[in-house]
Structures are given as structure tokens and as C-alpha cells.
Design a protein around this ligand. Structure first.
Ligand code: AMP
Ligand code: MG
Length: 461
């Protein structure tokens, strides 16, 4: 067992001491099946980079089963890298230690940031080699998610024109995630709307923390609204909506700033799978679906703007707020300012404007920043809140620590090359309380050196 997440085991109501040992490793590597479990690989289809693939499926993963967690909700326990399945095609069904540790760090960081996500219960080294461009040590990641129902799961059955199966799946998704919708006049339209709301809220939260998923194919988007399938994802340092890390995303389809648009495109694919359930008349079904999906930009903007207001310490709503936020982002882009640290510095500046001078002196900023700062000061001072309270509430939404790429790489490097997990543990400690600045963790808040900025990620978790 390379890593075991005791906090998560506690939340799930699992006996950590019975699992963080060789017997646990045997279960989590897939070598032994838990009593009564019937592991399976799930079928799904999906649009990959805009192109439909009628059959993908779990090619390197097994759903071990479901458990009821302490909060009463059902969770999937899923093994990633557990060997070939009927969906493996030409793949080996394996995963390498590096990408598995990467998923552990980033998914746990996302959880601590408050973003809905699958989580990582454990990492088990298989002791077997995995053959990529080089020979790498193999590992299995134990993933916990509220379900693994993807837009691609719906597409799988819809592509086969199996409307009965789509209905069974939709009923199951409603029961599992949106129970109250069963009583809706048209539960399937209500499901489409609920998934749209969940995705809009999720993508807004990604944008708030500077997360780039990297492969927003429809098979990687959940119905539950949880972030899933961590592959070439990464956090942005300097603000730039065109930020792309994934080496396979050559045209920037999944760039940071494109994520809301892509989410809407994916929802349109989801809506298409539900058409026969929305109305018996295909024309009317299309009209209903279109009307719902077209609401996405407004729903997204509502979620995004209310989060951006919180990031700027605003508790009231004013017409000019969108323009105020946009001009800050423009100034950040012009100055290649660090996204996370700019907002964190604004927390200090909210408490004491003099702080901004100290922070500002570290950057070669243009005067648009100063102009923006004066506008923002005018806007916040018209509100009732004290500056102390404002700064405190801003620090609860603007993280000090994100999994910065150069730190994640360092942690992976020492785990893979030297079998040393201490760097990974240190990083996880900082990321577990991302909103609480601590002297001992402050090196994790430093942006990368300019030479480290051209960061590239590769698929293969
Ligand atoms: P992903 O890029 O992780 O969303 O994966 C896309 C598809 O490729 C999924 O159906 C995966 O199960 C499959 N896949 C990725 N890597 C492997 C592998 N090493 N062996 C078998 N299937 C894989
Ligand atoms: Mg995937």
C-alpha cells in the first residue's frame, strides 16, 4: 500500500486499520474480491475531442461495488489500473505510479478547495512493470465517487437506439442523484435541467480556482456534477484564458476559458440522448431540449459571478460587477499575474490597502491595476461590512495553496525515482487546508520559476 487516505476511510465508515495493510492491498489491487462483491467494468460511449466513439467503456478500471457512507449517501468504490477488461481494446488496462499519485494529489486538493470531485481512498503499488514510452512501475488507484454515470453512459444506449435502456438509466440516475425529481411533471426534462445546474455550478467552481480539466470529453463528464477522470488536468499559474496543459489538446479545445462553452456542448449531447423521453413528437422534443440547453450561459454566469463577487469580498449585487471582475481579469492577463496569488493579495489589501503596495512592488504591473484597485476600493467601501470581516470572508474563498505543477512534479519525482513519499505528504498537508496560510507551507504558494512555466501534461492516469 503506497498511500491510504485515513480521513476518507473515516467518512466512508470503513475500518482503516483493517484496510491499511496487506489484506487491504490485496483487495484494492483487485487480487482478492471482497466478500459478496461482483466487480464489473462499465460500458460507455463518448464524444472525444468532438468525435463520437460508440464504444469506450472502462478499459482499465473495475467497479468493485457500492457502499453507504456515514452521511447515508451511496458511493462507488472503483479501481483504476486494475487490468484488462472487455473494453480495453489495444490497451493494457494498467496505470503507472506517477499519474496515479498525481490523481491522488489533485483530487484531494479539489476536495479540500470545496469543489465537487471523485476522491482517492488508496494507491497500491502492483510491483509489475507498465510499458509506456519507457518501463514504469505500476499502481492501482482506488477511486470513490457518488457514481460513475457519465454523459457517455447515456450516449452508449442512445446510439444503439435502445430507448428502454436510456429510460432505465435515467430512472436510475434520478433515484441516485436527484431523488426529488421523480415527482416532477416530466422527470426526464427535470433531469436534464438538474444536470445542467450541477455542471454549471461545477465549471464555475473550476474557473474560480483556476482548474483546467484538460479532457472534457463527454465520457469524462458525470451526471452527478462531480469532477472525474483526472488525466492531463492542471492548475493555471499566470492568468490566461488560453491556458492549455495537455499535450494532446493541440487546438486548445479544452483551454481554461473554453470550459463553460464545452460544458454546454456536452450538455447538448446529453439532451440528444433524452429526446425520445422528452416528448413523443420529435420536433417538440428538440424544441424543449434546445430551450433548456440554451439556458446554460445565463445559469453559468450566475454561478460564476456570484463566486467572483465572493472572491472580491462583495456581499451586495450591483450592475457594474461583471465589468469590474472582467477588468481585473484583463489587467491580470496583460501583466501575466499569478491568478491565485493576485486574489490572495487582494485579501490582505482588503484588510489594509497599504498591503497592496508591498505586494505590488513585487510585480512589474501596469497602471491598469492601480486604476482597477481604486474602482474596487470605491465599490467595497460603499458596503456595510468592516474591512476585517471582508478580508476574513475573502480568505475563505481565495486559496493560498493550490497544487502547483512544479510542486506536484517534484512530489511525483521523488515518489517514483526514490520511493520517497515525504514530499507528497508535505504537499498534501498544505493542500488539505488550502485557505489557511501557514508559515511552514508558504513555499507551496510560490509560482514556478519562469523556466518552469511551459508546463505540459500527458494522458495516461
Ligand atoms: P481517458 O482518456 O482516461 O478518459 O480514457 C479514454 C478511454 O481509453 C477509456 O475508455 C479508458 O478506459 C481507455 N483507456 C485509457 N488507458 C487505457 C489502458 N491503459 N488500457 C485500456 N484502456 C485504456
Ligand atoms: Mg475517461
Amino acid at each position: 500500500m503506497m498511500k491510504f487516505n485515513h480521513a476518507l476511510a473515516g467518512e466512508l465508515g470503513l475500518d482503516a486499520s483493517a484496510l491499511d495493510c496487506d489484506e487491504g492491498a490485496a483487495l484494492f489491487s483487485g487480487n482478492q474480491t471482497p466478500f459478496g462483491a461482483e466487480p464489473l467494468a462499465m460500458a460507455y460511449a463518448g464524444h472525444q475531442f468532438g468525435h463520437f466513439v460508440p464504444q469506450l467503456g472502462d478499459g482499465r478500471a473495475h467497479l468493485l461495488g457500492e457502499i453507504i457512507a456515514r452521511d447515508g449517501n451511496r458511493r462507488d468504490i472503483h479501481l483504476k489500473g486494475s487490468g484488462p477488461t472487455p473494453f480495453s481494446r489495444s490497451g493494457d488496462g494498467r496505470a503507472a505510479v506517477g499519474p496515479v499519485i498525481r490523481e491522488y494529489i489533485i483530487s484531494e486538493a479539489m476536495h479540500a478547495l470545496g469543489v465537487p470531485t471523485s476522491r482517492t481512498l488508496a494507491v497500491v503499488a502492483t510491483g509489475e512493470p507498465v510499458f509506456r514510452e519507457t518501463v514504469l512501475p505500476g499502481a492501482v488507484l482506488v477511486r470513490v465517487a457518488s457514481s460513475h454515470i457519465r454523459i457517455g453512459t447515456f450516449e452508449y444506449f442512445a446510439a444503439r437506439e435502445d430507448t428502454d435502456a436510456v429510460r432505465v438509466l435515467a430512472d436510475h440516475a434520478i433515484d441516485r442523484h436527484f431523488h426529488a425529481l421523480r415527482a416532477a411533471p416530466n422527470p426526464y426534462l427535470a433531469l436534464l435541467d438538474a444536470v445542467l445546474q450541477a455542471q454549471a455550478s461545477l465549471i464555475a467552481q473550476w474557473m474560480h480556482v483556476g482548474f483546467v480539466h484538460g479532457v472534457m470529453n463527454t465520457d469524462n463528464m458525470t451526471i452527478s456534477g462531480e469532477t472525474i477522470d483526472y488525466g492531463p488536468c492542471a492548475f493555471m499559474d499566470a492568468y490566461d484564458p488560453a491556458t492549455v496543459f495537455s499535450s494532446i489538446d493541440r487546438h486548445g479545445r479544452y483551454a481554461f476559458g473554453h470550459q463553460p462553452r464545452i460544458a454546454q456542448w456536452n450538455l447538448a449531447r446529453f439532451a440528444e440522448t433524452l429526446l425520445p423521453l422528452l416528448h413523443t413528437d420529435p420536433k417538440q422534443a428538440l424544441a424543449i431540449a434546445g430551450e433548456t440547453v440554451n439556458q446554460f450561459p445565463a445559469v453559468f454566469e450566475r454561478h460564476w459571478l456570484s463566486g467572483m463577487r465572493r472572491k472580491l469580498g462583495l456581499c451586495t449585487v450591483e450592475d457594474g460587477d461583471l465589468a469590474l471582475v472582467q477588468s481585473l481579469l484583463d489587467a491580470m492577463q496583460t501583466n501575466a499575474a499569478d491568478y491565485t496569488n493576485t486574489f490572495r493579495a487582494l485579501c490582505d489589501a482588503a484588510e489594509q490597502p497599504e498591503h497592496l503596495r508591498a505586494w505590488r512592488s513585487r510585480f512589474p504591473l501596469t497602471k491598469d491595476f492601480d486604476e482597477w484597485f481604486v474602482r474596487w476600493q470605491g465599490r467595497v467601501h460603499a458596503e456595510q461590512q468592516t474591512s476585517i470581516d471582508r478580508a476574513a470572508s475573502m480568505r475563505r474563498v481565495n486559496p493560498a495553496y493550490i497544487p502547483r505543477n512544479h510542486r506536484v512534479e517534484e512530489a511525483i519525482h521523488s515518489a517514483v525515482e526514490d520511493g520517497d513519499l515525504s514530499r507528497c505528504d508535505e504537499l498534501l498537508t498544505a493542500l488539505s487546508l488550502p485557505y489557511q496560510e501557514r508559515e511552514s507551507c508558504n513555499h507551496f504558494a510560490q509560482p514556478p520559476a519562469p523556466s518552469d512555466c511551459a508546463y505540459k501534461t500527458f494522458c495516461g492516469t
